[in-house]
Structure formats: structure tokens, C-alpha cells
Design a protein around this ligand. Sequence first.
Ligand SMILES: Nc1nc2c(ncn2[C@@H]2O[C@H](COP(=O)(O)OP(=O)(O)OP(=O)(O)O)[C@@H](O)[C@H]2O)c(=O)[nH]1
Ligand SMILES: [Mg+2]
Length: 349
Amino acid sequence: MKFVDEAKIEVHAGKGGNGIASFRREKFVPKGGPSGGDGGRGGSVYVRASRDINTLLDYRFKRMFRAKNGENGQSKDCYGRSGDDLYLAVPMGTIIYDDTDNSVIFDLSQDGQTEQLCKGGKGGLGNIHFKSSTNRAPRQFTDGELGDDRIIRMELSVLADVGLLGFPNAGKSTLITSVSAAKPKIADYPFTTLHPHLGVVRSGFRGSFVIADIPGLISGASEGAGLGHQFLKHLQRTKLLVHVIDIGTEYPDTKSIVQGANDICLELQKYNDALFNKPRWIALNKMDLIPEEEQRAFIAEVSTALKKGLANSEQIFPISSLSADGTPALMNGIMEYMSRLEDTNKKSH
Ligand SMILES: Nc1nc2c(ncn2[C@@H]2O[C@H](COP(=O)(O)OP(=O)(O)OP(=O)(O)O)[C@@H](O)[C@H]2O)c(=O)[nH]1
Ligand SMILES: [Mg+2]
């Protein structure tokens, strides 16, 4: 399925139905009074977050959404029917902006969270409301009010605790596949992954966290190279980034590994400071490609070199996503980190 994470649409609530003027004309009732009913309320437009939806594809081609108008009032004291409300389903993690001033209207992060975008117009009053001691046969009625309308922008930034970051082919998708039930495509060519995939990692009895696999990043992404850097927005709400570095196939020596890692961090910095300053750990992937007896010295050398550059991280984990060596240590480390964060958040509240 195509993944869409941005959309701009126009939403219109329904107009209220008009009230009417009518008079009772029944047999044996010589002077029937006013009997014109009220118009029905116009339908409102709501957005609702759902965990069953993961893209904004529905809003890509259809751009205008209208709730139903209320029906006009009728004779014999009958009120018009209210217009049906319209519910727009969006993925969790969708932020709704007002297109005119770019302000955030809603941030839909909970499953089932429902918010009103546009209120339906009130129905008009029928002439039954205008009867008085001096005017027993009123002809007045009012028209229904127009419903609200607005232009909104929807932006999805997936909800994950941990985001994977790295060059194409670094093994991000292989890693998420080995630690969760997510099934992104894996291949030995760059840009295999074209949109984010989420995986739930269960760690012992302690709980679980959500990890996001995103497309590969390359130097110059901020100027549009590769798939660009737009998809980095999906990392914005994560609490931790894991920078996956291929130490085997693509980069033959420590110097180029460090250079490559720094290039990725430079792209993060160009995207924004908040992302660059997010806690970031390193996974040295594809360790299986290094002979076992050389691994210790190699890890020490690369770790020391990485600490001197932009990619510097306190936490460096050697892993093989293919054989799953070292991945439990990384996942347990993340689980502990998440639990600590949760404890700190609880204490501060
Ligand atoms: N030897 C070895 N190969 C690996 C390992 N992890 C991934 N690979 C291989 O590296 C290639 C790229 O893996 P992917 O998981 O698709 O890489 P990616 O980072 O998701 O790449 P993009 O989606 O293009 O950004 C595949 O051929 C994998 O089989 C590993 O630990 N060891
Ligand atoms: Mg991938």
C-alpha cells in the first residue's frame, strides 16, 4: 500500500436546515395556529485517530469533505432531520494544522481520540416559535446557519519510542526484522525501504517498546539527494535514535566508517537541532563479517575514533542483525533506558 504522510484538505460542516412557516389546517379546527417546524442541525466534521490505519492515503486524491446539511422544517410541527456528522479516520500520530496560520489544532496520539474540526450550522426556527398573545398567526421563520469550514493540513509522524537511522544497506530493516514481528523488505541494494515500518519489541517481563525503521539517509539528503530527508520527521517524536553503521561491506577501514557516520550526523544537524541533540546510540552492524579473533581490537579502534567526531555516542553496541549476535544486549539496554525514562517522568509529575 502506498504510504502518504502529508495531506491538505478542505472540510465543510453541514448547513442547518431552514425553519418554515405553515399553519394547521385540520377538519374541525377552524383557526389552526402556526405549525412550521425547525430546521435540523447541520452535520459536524470530526477527526478520529485509529490504530488500524497507517497512512493518510485517503486524503491524497479526495480533497474536499462535507458533512450533510440539516433538512428543512416541515409542517404539522415536524422538525427537520439533523445532517449526519462526518468522521475522518487518521493514523495515530497525525497532527492537524490550520492551513491559514500553521497553528496546531489537534495532536492525535491516542487510539480513538476524536476531535471536532468544524461545527454544523444551527437549524432555523419554524413559525411555531413566534406565536405570542399579540401575534397568533406569525409568518416569521429563520434560515438555518451555515456550518464552519476550514482548510487543514494533516501531517503524520509515526509514534515510536526508538528510531533507526543510517545509510541505505546498513541493515536497519534486517535489525527490526530480527527483534520484532515487523516484515519490511530487505535487499542488498540501497533504498529498499521507502516508508517507515513499526515493530514492537518485547523484552523479557519488563515490557515492550516500539521501534521505527525508516528509509536510508545519505550525504546531501537535505538538498534532496537519495530520498531526501523529509522522512526524518518520523524520528522527531522518538526518545532515542539508534544509528546503524555497516562496518563490513561498504566501508573497508575505520577512517571511512567514521567519516560516513559523521556524514549522517551532519544531515541530522541540517534537519534540525532537536533531532541532532536527541539521545543517540550506535549499533556497529554486520560484525559477522569480521573474523572473530579481530573483533575486540576492531571494536575498540572504531569506538575510540567515533568518539572524536560528530557521531560520538556513549553507547556503542557491536551486533549482527543477520545472526542476531549482540541484538539482545542492545534491546535490553533500550528497554532499561525506556524504563528509566518512564520512572523519571513519573517522578517529575
Ligand atoms: N553479513 C551481514 N549482512 C547483513 C547484516 N544486516 C543486514 N545485512 C545485509 O545488508 C543488506 C541490506 O540490509 P537491509 O536491512 O535491507 O538494509 P537497510 O538499512 O534497511 O537498507 P535501506 O532500506 O535501503 O535503507 C541485505 O543484503 C542484508 O542481508 C548483518 O548483520 N550481517
Ligand atoms: Mg531498509
